[in-house]
Design a protein around this ligand. Structure first.
Ligand SMILES: Cc1cc2nc3c(=O)[nH]c(=O)nc-3n(C[C@H](O)[C@H](O)[C@H](O)COP(=O)(O)O)c2cc1C
Length: 226
């Protein structure tokens, strides 16, 4: 504590308002850096999709945890057209503002949870299009997948794993898979315990891999800077 004129020794053991604000701010920053920042990515832009219900459920599962901060990041809010960048994303030379904004948002995160439906045995065209805009934002990060569909969406999840591998994005093994027939009732998401169970182990791996990969990103940035 600062020993200011007019403050007794006893006063100096008690932080004044300014010091309290300072301590609170630093505590918040420390907590923030300890936390893994996870973006939950909705997997479709289809009107009246079931997707928002599954996304909300995933976000609820992470609420109250002290080791992660989760935010829904919807590519639908970035007004992405069909891919209109001239130079492939790997070159990191984005020309369009929508690409720059989408990339900058993804850059904020250490980890991703993709919540994908299955369309024609794969992910939605809209998610694939959104992914095609970016590249380095996913490098040396970690992801998990939540999938759903008539056949639980497992084929979409497998396709997504192939796609994400190209981003040097480590996808953890466990994934939560939900059936339209047993995990939804009259269009309302009602996940069974058995379907939901892998979500916890998926997040546990996301957290441990996510922490480990922070140092990989630091090392990679140092190499690029050299
Ligand atoms: C274009 C399209 C293709 C689909 N193809 C499949 C499929 O291949 N396998 C499957 O299990 N369900 C398939 N379905 C059913 C979806 O899994 C189901 O409609 C689900 O609700 C889609 O998620 P959404 O409501 O969030 O869009 C398809 C649905 C759509 C709209």
């Amino acid at each position: 504590m600062l020993f200011e004129r007019g403050r007794t020794a006893v006063d100096c053991c008690v932080p004044n308002a300014q010091e309290q604000n300072y301590l609170t701010l630093h505590l918040a920053i420390e907590q923030r850096t300890d936390m893994l920042n996870i973006a939950i990515i909705p997997g479709t832009s289809r009107p009246q999709a079931l997707n928002p219900q599954v996304v909300a459920w995933a976000k609820d599962q992470l609420a109250g945890r002290e080791d992660v901060r989760a935010e829904v990041v919807d590519f639908g809010e970035f007004n992405l057209p069909l891919l209109d960048e001239v130079i492939p994303a790997g070159a990191n030379m984005y020309q369009n503002d929508h690409t720059k904004a989408w990339g900058a948002k993804l850059n904020e995160f250490d980890a991703f949870i993709f919540v994908t439906p299955e369309y024609n045995h794969s992910i939605s065209g809209s998610l694939k299009n959104a992914l095609d805009f970016v590249a380095a934002e996913f490098n040396h990060k970690v992801a998990g997948i939540v999938n759903y569909g008539a056949d639980k969406g497992v084929r979409a999840a497998e396709h997504l794993r192939h796609i994400l591998a190209n981003y040097k994005l480590a996808v953890v093994r466990d994934q939560a898979s939900f059936s339209l027939f047993t995990d939804f009732a009259d269009g309302v998401f009602t996940p069974t315990e058995v379907s939901a169970a892998p979500f916890a182990s998926m997040v546990a791996d996301i957290v441990s891999w996510g922490e480990a990969l922070k140092s990989v990103r630091e090392a990679s940035a140092e190499v690029q800077a050299a």
